[in-house]
Design a protein around this ligand. Structure first.
Ligand code: SAH
Ligand code: SF4
Ligand code: F3S
Length: 478
């Protein structure tokens, strides 16, 4: 097991560097603006909020577009080839901005930068990029930026410091109702298709107290919807030493215990979490959710495939039977429990018959919604070397079949909510319907209700009157 090292970002050196950059920025005629674009998952969004926190401390404002910015950062994702292509396309477009303004500083960070061949390509084909840093170098951003500003040289820091947790980085949160709280970093699972363990390093868990303090502070600050993040939240705590309770008892805090401790925090808020790996999902966890006040009745439980041979090739380490057992137990224990999942179509060697098993499973579980992907080859992963038998056309056809099945299953699920009344957190204005607000119920379904803007941030009881493809429509019940 990797030994965890916790680093406090508030060192005198760090504060000194931040101070120097603020001074440089303060002397400028106009407050310099930064622009951060984040690609990929919530973990990356959370990292993006830390980057913005540092930018704010260094005296930057935030621009609405790349055109207005003095400092541009793209926080990248490597999960599929099209994610990477999108980044390269967007970086290519920055060339003309740099030509117009040679003082513009451009940085690339995140998961893509943790791959050697990508960094080589950037050095060769995108020489106007000034800073490249990896997923574990966020805290070094001020130092790197100072080098660029003072010495006009390029800086690359893509070392993977496995087992390191940086606490106390400033956070500029994107919203004031919803917040992300990482409880762990990295991944040790090595699913054979996946690049994440290579670009995010070994799995490490934050100390329970650090997580509790952050959640408490968010609740005190008025946040109402808190999502705990990890690539596999169900293995939380594996790297932690036991904590000693007041009566001297040693307690090993794993995910169910952590959720329970968070649930005991006073206040009106909902707690969500992602992602649950089925191999580590336990009945304990389901019991904690069932008996909780604040935990959402929604489990995002990525199954990837409904066929045991494919699951084995994927190194997922559970069977369809074990998965269904968990689902059935959760359905029996948690009121109105909702499931969502991730599915990969066209894993190397998958046959059409095996794909049909996935459709069967989807119907059996009855997912509210799915995140569906066509398999994408990732260099350096095990699956990249596996022989493939289906063509791209076949995979696209299977994919369309999958979407059609899920459309029907999801709509059926949504219809089952019509007539029910549930507590809903109103979180913003609807962009499609004037006079409507959007919200989320415990199952994390998008809700639309006619209501005044002043209601944003409040919990209300909503009676659902209609199901549409991606949402439930309802009215507020007094
Ligand atoms: N840690 C999470 C998933 C993170 S990645 C988990 O284990 O569930 C999000 C999703 O992207 C995965 O669940 C998978 O469905 C998909 N994915 C990952 N690698 C992929 C690849 N090479 N091709 C297609 N989809 C992929
Ligand atoms: Fe990737 Fe598997 Fe880790 Fe999820 S659990 S991040 S799919 S290796
Ligand atoms: Fe992408 Fe990295 Fe997340 S590869 S999905 S941003 S962990």
């Amino acid at each position: 097991m990797t030994k965890t090292q916790i680093i406090d970002s508030n060192t005198p050196q760090m504060l000194g560097v931040i101070g120097k950059i603020s001074a440089i920025n303060y002397l400028k005629e106009k407050k310099p603006l930064s622009f951060v674009r984040t690609y990929g998952c919530q973990q990356n969004v959370s990292d993006g909020e830390k980057i913005k926190g540092l930018l704010e401390q260094m005296g930057y404002g935030f621009a609405k577009s790349t055109e207005e910015a003095d400092f541009i950062i793209f926080n990248t994702c490597a999960i599929r080839e099209n994610a990477e292509l999108k980044v390269f396309g967007n970086v290519g477009e920055l060339k003309k901005l740099k030509k117009k303004n040679p003082e513009l500083v451009i940085a690339l960070c995140g998961c893509m930068m943790q791959q050697e061949h990508i960094v080589e390509k950037i050095k060769k084909s995108y020489p106007y990029v000034d800073i490249v840093f990896g997923t574990q170098a966020i805290q070094t951003l001020p130092k790197m930026l100072l080098t660029v500003l003072e010495k006009h040289s390029k800086v690359f820091d893509t070392q993977l410091h496995s087992g390191v947790i940086v606490e106390n980085l400033p956070i500029h949160r994107d919203g004031d109702i919803k917040a992300w709280v990482p409880i762990m970093y990295g991944c040790d699972n090595f699913c054979t298709y996946c690049i994440v363990p290579y670009v995010r390093g070994r799995e490490v868990s934050r100390e329970p107290q650090a997580v509790l303090d952050e959640v408490k502070a968010l609740v005190d600050a008025g946040y109402k919807d808190i999502t705990l993040l990890g690539q596999n939240v169900n293995s939380y705590g594996k790297t932690l030493e036991p904590v000693v309770s007041e009566n001297g008892e040693k307690i090993q805090v794993r995910f169910p215990q952590l959720l329970k401790m968070i649930d005991e925090i006073d206040g009106d808020f909902v707690v969500r979490f992602m992602t649950s790996h089925p191999k580590d999902c336990t009945r304990d966890l389901i019991d904690v959710i069932a008996d909780s006040k604040h935990i959402s009745h929604h489990i995002h439980l990525p199954v990837q495939s409904g066929n045991n041979r494919v699951l084995d090739m994927m190194n997922r380490r559970y069977t369809v039977e074990k998965y269904l057992e968990l689902v059935e137990y959760a359905k029996s224990r948690i009121d109105d429990v909702a499931f969502t999942s991730d599915i990969i179509v066209g894993f190397p060697g998958e046959t059409y018959e095996e794909f049909l098993d996935t459709l069967k499973l989807i119907k059996k579980v009855g997912y509210d919604s799915l995140y569906t992907f066509i398999y994408s080859r990732r260099r350096g992963t095990k699956a990249a070397e596996m022989p493939d038998c289906a063509t791209d056309e076949e995979k696209s056809k299977w994919f369309r079949e999958l979407l059609k099945v899920q459309d029907e299953v999801g709509y059926e699920r949504y219809l089952s909510y019509v007539g029910k009344t549930q507590r809903v957190l109103l979180d913003g204005e609807s962009t499609s319907k004037e006079g409507y607000l959007t919200g989320r119920n415990s199952q994390n379904i998008l809700i639309e209700v006619p209501a005044d803007k002043s209601m944003i941030g409040k919990f209300v009881n909503v009676k659902f009157t209609k199901a549409v493809k991606w949402a439930l429509v309802g009215e507020i019940i007094k």
